[in-house]
Ligand binder design. Structure first.
Ligand SMILES: [Zn+2]
Length: 460
């Protein structure tokens, strides 16, 4: 996901720093877990970094990437507070066996080709985020109109012309649950009775019975949707609106579009393609905020897919910014790192050198992550923070023994070698498909894409 980075105004910055109160305050703080010259980080790092062994490496032919961008637009100039939210999803397939075709004969970038990749747009989500109601039913609250928009988006879209997004959502949730507890939106509903124990609030929904269709609350008849499970509408504040809902929506939907491609390939029994395609997520394998709970189902579903294939699915994240990336930058400056080596960032290391341990959780990412972070110093001396799918389908059993042993990650060498091979420059704001398109042939996917045809054509 791209981030809006504001350019700091140098002059106002200086004026602030010269303020005496601020100066004194700044002196009272230091950066959490900054690497100090005197501590043992050097020894730790030398002990933890391992050489990437070349055995057991699979050949990858394709990379699937997905990206999203979002914005809020006022509906008219007179009432700027009334806003629509727009999320665009773009996805590309990169053919690693074919050279880039974005350069023309004289070696210049062909702007049309470049724009095609840059502006590829597979799906667009539009919804009211503040102070708007649908014309056809103005009794709907903002929250309920967003719930409906989210459901309609999932129900009406089949990004690769074959499987509805809502079916992929169902498949993922169903892999981990037979029934769900959902909260009825009607505050006066019996299922929301304030005298009830917390665990008794809400209604129990039999997944196989409701499947992907809307259904009614058994107590009050209020309309409910499978997408309510994502709780995205809870990120909306009726008084203040909220763009957080777009961020959360984009994050979980990026994963579900990737899963949708997997489901599509399975439906067409394209096992080879599925096995030889790497799915790269921009960011960690984690779901934050309201929809976080689904991260467990995603983990289980991807393991279920791996069991269907002869080789585990190649599905990983690349983290381009944040604490780990900052830490890695410091390590590279202060310690000599071996090329083509990696380190699994377990909790003891993380909580000592990178960030403080969480107060309520036993381990890092307990409520959000389905991937383990690795630092990888590539053959070309580039730094990558990689999020590898946890090697077990259930996080609750022997978590530390399973997640913190790099030998459990069967795909590790394949992923690291793929990164060595593609060896792209991922500066903070780089967009993955564009970075890749300088080296390899990229096919942008558009609405209603016949994905198999695209794959086959790209092989010619
Ligand atoms: Zn109800």
């Amino acid at each position: 996901m791209p981030f809006n980075r504001e350019k700091a105004n140098k002059f106002s910055h200086e004026r602030i720093i010269n303020n005496q109160v601020i100066k004194e305050k700044i002196d009272q703080y230091r950066i959490i877990c900054d690497i100090d010259k005197d501590n043992n980080v050097r020894k730790e790092v030398q002990f933890r970094f391992q050489q990437n062994e070349m055995g057991n490496v699979r050949k990858v032919d394709f990379i699937f990437t997905i990206d999203s961008s979002f914005t809020e637009l006022p509906l008219n100039d007179d009432i700027p507070s009334a806003k629509m939210g727009i999320v665009n999803f773009s996805s590309n397939i990169i053919n690693l066996n074919k050279k880039s075709d974005i350069y023309d004969k004289s070696g210049f970038i062909n702007p049309q080709k470049y724009n095609e990749i840059y502006n590829s747009n597979i799906l667009t989500f539009v919804c009211p985020t503040f102070n708007l109601v649908p014309k056809e039913d103005d009794s709907l609250s903002v929250v309920d109109s967003i719930r409906k928009e989210i459901y309609d988006f999932y129900y009406n879209n089949s990004p690769f012309n074959s499987v509805k997004l809502i079916e992929s959502l169902f498949n993922v949730i169903r892999e981990a649950n037979t029934s769900l507890k959902l909260k009825c939106r009607n505050q006066k509903c019996k299922s929301n009775d304030k005298t009830l124990n917390r665990k008794d609030i809400g209604i129990l929904v039999d997944l196989d019975k409701v499947h992907i269709e809307p259904f009614k609350c058994e107590h009050c008849g209020n309309i409910m949707y499978l997408t309510d499970y994502l709780r995205l509408h809870e990120a909306i504040d009726e008084e203040f609106g909220h763009s957080t809902v777009l961020t959360r929506f984009a994050q979980v939907t990026e994963h579900l579009i990737s899963i949708n491609l997997i489901d599509t390939l399975i439906k067409h029994k394209s096992w080879n393609l599925l096995t030889n395609t790497a799915f790269i997520i921009d960011g960690p394998l984690a779901i934050y905020g309201e929809p976080a709970k689904i991260h467990r189902s995603l983990l289980r579903y991807l393991h279920y897919i791996s069991e269907k294939l002869e080789n585990p699915i190649i599905y990983f994240g690349i983290i381009k910014s944040g604490r780990l990336k900052d830490h890695f930058t410091l390590l590279e400056k202060k310690i000599e790192l071996e090329q083509n080596s990696f380190m699994l960032v377990d909790d003891s290391y993380r909580f000592k050198y990178i960030q403080k341990a969480p107060e309520n959780n036993q381990y890092f990412g307990q409520e959000v992550s389905f991937g383990q972070d690795f630092l990888f110093y590539s053959k070309g001396k580039k730094r990558f923070v990689v999020s590898m799918l946890y090697p077990m389908r259930n996080k609750d059993i022997n978590f530390k023994e399973n997640a913190f042993d790099y030998r459990n990650y069967n795909n590790l060498s394949t992923v690291l070698n793929l990164i060595n091979e593609i060896s792209i420059d991922l500066y903070e704001d780089a967009i993955l498909p564009l970075a890749l398109a300088h080296k390899y042939a990229a096919i942008s996917l558009n609405p209603g894409t016949n994905i198999l045809e695209k794959f086959i054509k790209s092989n010619l």
